[in-house]
Design a protein around this ligand. Structure first.
Ligand SMILES: Cc1ncc(COP(=O)(O)O)c(C=O)c1O
Length: 374
């Protein structure tokens, strides 16, 4: 049972009492999403290490851990600092560079088992020196590019060379490899070809490391769109989905969740219907972000939760234009709407506070505590 439950001390308001735009999370959907991924991981014997960049909230991280997550994945030192309150097993899945950031990370409580993912000799040396200065053990995952073409060493041989270099630093421990399958953005049922390639690459990687005398205890992968089929990639030990907690319009379009699994919406108010064929809400780019749908069909920047055919097709900073051409719905000025954004992680980060709701009742509010770019 989700601990983000009705609590009279937290009973804050009815939806109608909130100022818009603001961020809402449907608590029942959130609970279902958390349960579903936790069950998937248990069913397939995969360690679940959710990425906190989606919710940036220790409260939800604590729930993920309660449901069996082995630890958490972070992208920034700030996320590590905030999440060290709820977990003693943190992965920084982002190259760590710069003295100030290295110091902050080394200053995490000693009780935290810290793992860092990286892909260069320079990052290994910087981390090794910081670890030595702080007299702190750090586990390291070598990030490998298995198709995303963002970061990651380009071959198994390079991964081996980096692993051996990590081993040469007194306080660094080579733990294994990580990859981010963000390039797999086909519908869940159409991922076969990409998964075949991933299977071959992961198997080759493990083989080359083994022949070089290095054992990858951890093979960490898994985005939300690819999470549901990661068990088909032999050798993967851990998955790091993030978006699944809230889901969004893109995730639904990819078939990685149903529309009814979208837990996060931006609550807005219709502020004008003066121009025929459209309604204007107080959710512009500063409330919804300006993320296009990536890898899937779909125009605009978000769609109404209750009427997905009504899309935010244009935005200014504070205005979002709802195109009414596909709907018979004609809203009145002052009406509330709930908008599912294209990419939820960006929109969460635009908010200080999230309101947890059941129906029209606000039952909890929590800060986006790990907000910030660093
Ligand atoms: C390194 C890494 N791991 C895991 C994730 C989580 O993926 P998703 O947002 O698809 O759940 C991300 C997302 O950006 C990522 O960059």
């Amino acid at each position: 049972m989700l601990t983000l439950r009705t609590d009279t001390a937290e009973r804050l308001a009815q939806l109608q009492e909130l100022e818009t735009p603001c961020a809402l999370v449907d608590l029942d959907r959130l609970a279902t999403n958390l349960d579903r991924m936790a069950s998937y991981a248990v069913l397939h014997g995969l360690a679940l290490r959710p990425h906190v960049k989606t919710h940036k909230s220790p409260r939800i991280a604590a729930e993920q851990l309660r449901l069996g997550a082995v630890g958490l994945t972070c992208a920034t030192p700030r996320e590590l600092e905030v999440m060290s309150d709820v977990s003693h097993d943190l992965l920084l899945a982002y190259p760590l560079l710069g003295d100030s950031k290295l110091k902050r990370v080394m200053n995490l409580p000693r009780s935290v088992r810290l793992t860092v993912g990286l892909d260069s000799m320079i990052a290994v040396d910087a981390l090794g020196e910081a670890a030595e200065a702080a007299d702190r053990d750090v586990e390291v995952l070598v990030e490998v590019d298995l198709g995303m073409h963002r970061v990651g060493v380009q071959s198994a041989a390079e991964a081996l060379a980096l692993a051996l270099h990590i081993r040469s630093r007194p306080l660094l421990r080579f733990a294994g490899v990580m990859f981010y399958p963000g390039h797999i953005r086909e519908h869940v049922q159409q991922q076969d070809q990409n998964l075949d390639r991933l299977r071959a690459d992961v198997s080759d990687l493990i083989d080359v490391l083994r022949r070089g005398g290095v054992e990858a205890r951890v093979v960490s992968g898994g985005s939300t769109p690819a999470a549901w089929r990661m068990h088909e990639v032999q050798g993967v030990t851990e998955v790091r989905p993030g978006t699944y907690v809230y889901n969004d319009r893109t995730t639904a379009a990819l078939g990685a969740c149903a529309w009814d699994d979208c837990a996060f919406t931006v609550l807005g108010t219709v502020v004008s219907t003066a121009v025929p064929g459209q309604a204007v809400v107080d959710c512009g780019a500063k409330a919804l972000g300006r993320e296009p749908m990536r890898g899937v069909e779909g125009e605009g920047f978000g769609a109404l939760l209750d009427r997905p055919e009504v899309v935010v097709t244009r935005m200014s900073e504070e205005h979002g234009v709802l195109d009414l051409s596909a709907s018979s719905w004609r809203p009145r000025v002052g009406e509330l709407v709930r908008i599912v954004p294209n990419h939820v992680c960006i929109v969460v980060h635009l908010n200080d506070v999230i309101h947890g709701v059941r129906g029209d009742q606000v039952e909890a509010s929590w800060p986006v505590a790990a907000r910030g770019r660093t």
